[in-house]
Design a protein around this ligand. Structure first.
Ligand code: PEP
Ligand code: MG
Length: 889
């Protein structure tokens, strides 16, 4: 196996092997751009080292051969005393992990070669400053010396000279500092700073390998879901210097604005400086455009290179460059990060420029980005003080009074206050408080912390790990940087999309993208901004490409109409139990507890017209589009009085010797129907089979509503869906009854209704016997919520708050299987059932209506296994449309 690649040997597609930085350096080299020569040690070499604790034996020889070649090309040897070749050793993994791993610059300097460098550069100060930087970086990252010690020594040197900035230290000061730094190394690391340049290089390479498993890097990977076994590549690159005087400098540039996507000159430049100076903010940078005045030739060349890179990568690139005595060098490029809004704008701009086609444009955006754009935002122009920043854990903009415990959160929110729950970190005991709060803010923990996971599950705004905030839950306050104290009750605002924390109330503005989907803003109209225009066009690209249809989960006309505006092509799930809440709950309670036939029929008679009205409204809202109505599927307890409350009432009445026959009768009935495991109990089709007349009443309501709509010249397209079926026999019985009712309504109204009857596939047995079930079903809709619950044996109502955090932290899964479909387990049952169902009935319509129907990754899966549609909540419809389009290219 080859472990080392010269920059001339690689290319941009070798990111797995050469890491992002190495692959792009190779690509630029091969484009003929001015890249300082060098070579890349592969991630494979790193993996061997991390697995065995030793570098592969061939590595040393390969490095020697590549170093020889580099020395020949440069005409000088590494660390050569009179004119040293210096190199940088930098990490570079497949995925960018900013600041997480190690870099050492100026390798090759020693007590001898520092003199040679001074002579060659004609600049003593520069040479000694480079040497002290090497000892400092090497001491810290390779030898593990506490970096503060070097910083302290540097501060002391400045104090002694009564100066404030590094640049005011002259060569003699820096020479003294080098001696001091070497002493620190000797004391702290128990060894001398190595004078042998090759030893410096080898140790630095090893340190970069080791940094892959540093705590910071591991945590970052967990949070960003980057696999732990990729390893990092190591780039060894000849040094160029931006700190050789006013004709030198360093900068960063973007080929277009990463915030707006506009083309132009974006970036910063710092004269007479090295890369770290820009990052450290020691001196102020100037806008890149000013480079034109400073060094026109380099500026023009840079502009030309930026154009080359954009045309080559066909995307926004970001760039690091250095100018050494008037000569421009490219140190790094990559396809640049961008905001969600810029992603949409850039994709359409590139289509207009003819650089990419519509299919490629769809790959440049994601449903997650679209979802981000649909949250209400804080008004960016509002003058409110930002006091901290944490991890953007769950998007949204939340404003409320700070409270520091869940009890207060619940209490205050009950009395109508909006609160933000602030904790150091949350645990399952905080659940009530999290539910009550507008948003959650923690000072510890990352994207997979309890707060983050639970908040995302609840769709609640969350900022976590805002470490600058000192949260003192005992004293109910937090201290923000600068010392200001936020007391319980003070208003704060948190932005779950950016992680920013503000003092006071930031005004919230609706998302322009939602305004567009709602039809309140039109692309092409005067007020339409570029973002809306871009989203509009990307949705059109997606709609043209996609095969999957997108329906909505909606139970009332209002949601249905919104879903329609958002592009829904029907309703995939109308949960009729939602129609029985509020004052209708009692009617259902009476129905379930009915002792006599007459009582039951009474309740059914009351319910029928109400149900029918609901359906008429729904069919009208969705006129011309399919509406799948699911017959009642509540776990029974949801419709029964609380057993404890009722027991107390009965006991109280008894002790007071008050009449309580009705309560007692009710209690006995509730006892009779009480279940330990209601989710696995009397629900769905089971309820329909044991409560006579319930399902037929619903079917009658649907049929009569459809007939009424037809009479009104509407085009109702109802489909009747039976929930929680485990065997075809259940379905057959219900169907027989339903067919009869439909026939009766058809006869009575003289209308032909063509109502399809199908079933949900949400139990493992249903999936496994789908071939039989399809005999009695005209369509399947996968209920992946219950299917996930029953395949994993996880209670869907409890797990997110109990052990999922631990599971996520241990990496058992990267994301909750209730959020993204578990392809291997639940997914393979879906695939099997789809195939078996279609084998029985080739025209079987297949859809999914579990939460997964609106999850980007899951939409791709449903496309792959050949479903006809996904159904999701109205707000998720644009995301599902976009992802269905992306899945099809
Ligand atoms: C499901 O189980 O996936 C489903 C859509 O039904 P519900 O969530 O109502 O149980
Ligand atoms: Mg279900």
């Amino acid at each position: 196996m080859k472990f080392v690649y010269d920059f001339t040997e690689g290319n941009k597609d070798l990111k797995d092997l050469l890491g992002g930085k190495g692959a792009n350096l190779a690509e630029m080299t091969n484009l003929g751009l001015p890249v300082p020569p060098g070579f890349t040690i592969t991630t494979e070499a790193c993996k061997v080292y991390l697995d065995s604790g030793e570098e592969p034996t061939a590595l040393r020889d390969e490095v020697s051969a590549h170093l020889d070649a580099l020395e020949q090309r440069m005409g000088k040897k590494l660390g050569q005393s009179d004119d040293p070749l210096l190199v940088s050793v930098r990490s570079g993994a497949k995925f960018s992990m900013p600041g997480m791993m190690d870099t050492v610059l100026n390798i090759g300097l020693s007590d001898k070669s520092v003199q040679g460098l001074a002579k060659q550069a004609g600049d003593d100060r520069f040479a000694w400053d480079s040497y002290r930087r090497l000892i400092q970086m090497f001491g810290k990252t390779v030898l593990g010396v506490d970096g503060e010690l070097f910083e302290d020594a540097l501060d002391k040197a400045k104090e002694a000279k009564k100066v404030t900035v590094d640049t005011e230290l002259d060569a003699a000061d820096l020479k003294k500092l080098v001696t001091r730094f070497k002493k620190i190394v000797k004391t702290e690391a128990g060894r001398d700073f190595p004078q042998d340049p090759r030893e410096q290089m080898d140790l630095a390479i090893k340190a970069v390998f080791d940094s892959w498993n540093g705590e910071r890097a591991k945590l970052y990977r967990r949070q960003e879901r980057i696999p732990h076994d990729l390893g990092t590549a190591v780039n060894v690159c000849s040094m160029v210097f931006g700190n050789l005087g006013p004709d030198s400098g360093t900068g960063v540039a973007f080929t277009r604005d990463p915030a707006s996507g506009h083309q132009g000159v974006y970036g910063d430049y710092l004269q007479n400086a090295q890369g770290e100076d820009v990052v450290a903010g020691i001196r102020n940078t100037v806008p890149l455009a000013e480079l034109e005045q400073i060094d026109k030739q380099s500026y023009d060349q840079l502009m030309q290179i930026m154009e080359t890179l954009e045309n080559h990568y066909k995307d926004l690139c970001d760039i690091e460059f250095t100018i050494e005595r008037g000569k421009l060098w490219m140190l790094q490029t990559r396809v640049g990060k961008r905001t969600a809004g810029a992603a949409f704008r850039i994709a359409t701009q590139l289509v207009d420029q003819g650089l990419i086609d519509e299919a490629e444009a769809l790959q440049r955006v994601s449903g997650a980005q679209l979802a981000q754009l649909m949250f209400p935002r804080f008004d960016e122009d509002a003058k409110v003080a930002q006091v901290g920043r944490g991890i953007a854990a769950s998007p949204g903009a939340a404003v409320g009074k700070a409270v520091f415990d869940s009890y207060t959160a619940v209490k205050w929110s009950r009395s109508g206050e909006k609160v933000i729950l602030v904790r150091r970190e949350t645990n399952p005991d905080d659940l009530d408080g999290m539910i009550a709060a507008e948003g959650i803010l923690t000072s510890r923990g990352g994207k997979t912390s309890h707060a983050a996971v639970v908040a995302r599950g609840m769709g609640k705004t969350c900022v976590c790990g805002a470490e600058e905030l000192e949260v003192d839950t005992k004293r109910r306050r937090m201290t923000v940087p600068g010392g200001h104290v936020v007391e319980e009750g003070d208003v704060i605002s948190i932005d779950g999309s950016s992680g920013k924390v503000y003092l006071g109330e930031v005004p919230v503005v609706p998302s322009p993208v939602v305004e567009y989907f709602e039809g309140r803003m039109h692309p092409g109209a005067d007020d339409a901004d570029e973002l809306v225009e871009a989203v509009h066009r990307m949705m059109a690209f997606a709609d043209r490409k996609r095969r999957l249809r997108v329906r909505a989960n909606a139970d009332n006309a209002e949601d249905a109409l919104r879903a329609r505006r958002f592009g829904a092509q029907g309703i995939g799930l109308c949960r009729t139990e939602h129609m029985f809440l509020g004052d209708r709950r009692e009617m259902v309670e009476r129905l379930i507890l009915a002792d006599t036939e007459t009582e039951r029929e009474e309740s059914l008679k009351q319910l029928l017209p109400l149900q029918k009205r609901d359906f008429v409204e729904l069919f009208e809202a969705m006129d011309g589009l399919p509406v799948t109505v699911r017959l009642l599927d509540p776990p029974l307890h949801e419709f029964l009085p609380d057993i404890t409350e009722l027991s107390v009432r009965v006991a109280l009445a008894e002790s007071r010797q008050e009449p309580h026959e009705n309560e007692l009768r009710l209690l006995q009935a509730v006892h009779r129907l009480h279940e330990q495991n209601p989710m696995l109990g009397l629900r769905g089709v089971r309820l329909g089979l044991v409560v006579p007349g319930l399902f037929t009443m619903q079917v009658r309501a649907i049929a009569e509503a459809a007939a009424e709509r037809k009479a009104a010249k509407g085009d109702p397209r109802a489909e009747i869906m039976i929930p929680l079926v485990g065997t075809v026999q259940e379905l057959e019985i219900v169907r027989e009854e339903a067919d009869q009712v439909i026939a009766e309504v058809e006869a009575a109204t003289g209308t032909r209704l063509k109502l399809a009857i199908g079933t949900m596939i949400e139990l493992p047995r249903a999936a496994l016997t789908a071939g039989q079930i399809a005999e009695a079903a005209q369509f399947f809709s996968f209920g992946t919520n219950d299917l996930t619950q029953t395949v994993w044996g996880f209670s869907r109502d409890d797990v997110e708050a109990s052990f999922f955090t631990a599971y996520l932290e241990k990496g058992i899964f990267g994301v909750s299987p209730f959020e993204t479909i578990d392809r291997d387990g639940v997914g393979s049952l879906v695939k099997l059932a789809a195939e078996a169902g279609r084998a029985t009935r080739p025209d079987l319509k297949l859809g999914v209506c579990g939460e997964h129907g609106g999850d980007p990754e899951s939409v791709h899966f449903f496309h792959e296994v050949g479903l006809d549609y996904v159904s999701c909540s109205p707000f998720r419809i644009p995301v599902a449309r976009l992802e269905a389009g992306r899945a099809a290219v």
